[in-house]
Design a protein around this ligand. Structure first.
Ligand SMILES: [Zn+2]
Length: 131
């Protein structure tokens, strides 16, 4: 694959209180997870190192929800309820950005890769090549 140029892409929640930037190439692969929360939200993941994410606005507007193991920190906008990014269980030292929350024309989603989050342990091990 050719070296894809990385640029800071802008996005945020619905009401505009939460704004972020993520360093990403023009074309990205999205992960679609079928776990209990992602399925209901229709979340499309772009999982990045923490250095590739910066919160621009809205730290004071974010509310956090955790469940099950409590590892994932689901950060929602307390005004509009949209989860535009969060700390995922699969990468607690990084971020997952919701590709559906990027501004129009920021990246092209070229492939959607399913992640079997309903069977999280097995799916995570398989993704790491441990199975
Ligand atoms: Zn909002």
């Amino acid at each position: 694959m050719a070296e894809a140029p990385m640029r800071w892409r802008t996005g945020g929640c619905h009401c505009g209180a939460v704004r972020f930037e993520v360093l990403a190439p023009d074309e990205v692969e999205a992960k679609e997870c079928n776990c209990t929360i992602c399925r209901k939200a229709g979340y499309l993941h772009l999982i990045v190192e923490k250095e590739r994410f910066r919160l621009v606005e809205g730290a004071d507007k974010i509310t956090t929800y955790s469940f099950n193991t409590g590892t994932a920190k689901h950060h929602f906008c307390s005004v509009c309820g949209v989860k535009s990014f969060y700390v995922p269980r699969s990468k607690p030292d990084g971020y997952s950005v919701n590709l559906r929350c990027l501004d129009d024309g920021q990246v092209r989603v070229v492939r959607i890769v399913p992640f079997d989050g309903r069977n999280w342990e097995g799916a995570f091990a398989a993704a790491q090549g441990k199975v």
